[in-house]
Design a protein around this ligand. Structure first.
Ligand SMILES: Nc1ncnc2c1ncn2[C@@H]1O[C@H](COP(=O)(O)OP(=O)(O)OP(=O)(O)O)[C@@H](O)[C@H]1O
Length: 355
């Protein structure tokens, strides 16, 4: 294992957060190298790596560009399409952060003899009883801990999170203060980086690029009620997600939500919200940061949405090695494919993918 040193490899997207992160790491006395991953470039635009390189020059830090387009396409974009085609709701940012971005930072840092790895994520970390944990960011509105439940100790140990202690407003002020006006006024990135449009248009284009029309891949199918009764026609099951209410294209005199998706029959079950409530769920591909804390506590917080939702639960491991989450209150719209993250006393204890 590498000895700790004062060098850090920082993921630089060209945005405000990772740019301010570079400033803060320099201020803290680190020797910073910036790396910009070429994940996906909308219409071939290299604006983000150009911005990151320019900023690095101004700061006098080294900057490299790393071509991760094939990895990103195979690991994230193909998974994204595959999940919708299987009737599930994917979590590309979670997968990218936990299983692509941070591991890639660690691998490149290893090759460079750099001990620390950093990003502009709004999250903090603490060490307790020889275990490292991610904890909530100071800026509750920007907190990104929800996307980081899958990281192993080898990564947590080396992580630096220079944005964890400040708010977004303070980040903008710090950039302006240091004379980086453009950095201070950059817009926040929204949603999935490779799919800024509605994911349905993305799916159509994905298949069109392969010379297939979506209507040929998945034709129209049936909306049914909970008893299997026909309600109306839909455009193809991948266009709907569990919990969806708007944009169903049918008008009934009652509020209905997507309860289930059957890809084999191309059927989408609609039901009132109460029917979507559940008191348990199973997780696959899970990670536990500390099994004793997670499994030994009968009142853990579970989040399945980035914002505005927290439920209490008890977590156990099933004989077939899934995590069983017993919710203390019912929760509606638990979509297969989405992620669940566990917290206790502000510590991120792990998470997994909803089966
Ligand atoms: N293409 C990339 N290359 C290297 N690092 C990246 C890249 N994209 C994102 N990151 C890193 O991951 C962090 C989180 O990315 P994300 O896109 O979720 O956040 P963000 O809030 O938009 O950050 P930023 O303001 O820095 O763009 C960034 O702060 C950056 O450190």
């Amino acid at each position: 294992m590498m000895e700790e040193n004062k060098r850090v490899l920082l993921g630089m997207s060209g945005g405000t957060d990772s740019s301010v992160a570079a400033l803060r790491l320099l201020e803290a006395g680190y020797e910073v190298t910036g790396v910009t991953f070429r994940f996906y470039e909308i219409d071939g635009s290299t604006a983000s790596s150009d911005d990151a390189r320019e900023l690095s020059e101004k700061l006098g830090i080294a900057h490299i560009t790393y071509d991760a387009r094939t990895l990103f396409r195979e690991q994230i974009m193909e998974y994204f399409v595959r999940e919708y085609m299987a009737g599930r709701t994917p979590v590309p940012c979670t997968l990218c952060n936990n299983f692509l971005k941070w591991p890639l930072l660690a691998r490149i840092a290893d090759e460079m003899g750099v001990y620390h790895i950093a990003t502009g994520h709004y999250a903090r970390k603490v060490k307790m009883d020889d275990t490292y944990y991610i904890t909530y960011a100071a800026d509750g509105d920007k907190d990104q801990t929800f996307f980081l439940w899958g990281l192993p100790q080898e990564i947590l140990r080396r992580m630096l999170l220079p944005m964890g202690d400040i708010t977004k407003a303070e980040a903008r002020a710090q950039a302006a203060d240091k004379g980086f006006h453009e950095v201070s006024v950059k817009k926040d990135s929204l949603g999935v980086c490779f799919c800024p449009m509605d994911y349905r248009s993305f799916l159509k284009r994905w298949f069109a690029d392969k010379g297939q029309s979506f209507a040929e891949v998945v034709g129209r199918g049936k909306f049914i009620d909970e008893n299997g009764g026909f309600i109306g026609w839909h455009e193809g099951y991948p266009f709907y997600t569990v919990g969806q209410r708007r944009g169903l294209g049918i008008h009934l005199n009652r509020a209905v939500f997507v309860k289930e998706i059957d890809p084999l029959k191309n059927e989408v079950t609609l039901a009132p919200l109460q029917s979507l409530e559940k008191t348990e769920m199973l997780l696959k591909d899970w990670n536990m940061v500390c099994a004793d804390r997670l499994l030994g506590d009968d009142d853990v917080i579970v989040k399945i949405r980035y914002r505005k939702q927290e439920n209490h639960c008890t977590v156990t491991v099933t004989p077939d090695n899934l995590l069983h989450v017993q919710l203390h209150e019912s929760l509606a719209a638990i979509a297969p494919g989405q992620a669940a993250a566990f917290y206790k006393d502000g510590l991120l204890l792990g998470g997994g993918i909803i089966v």
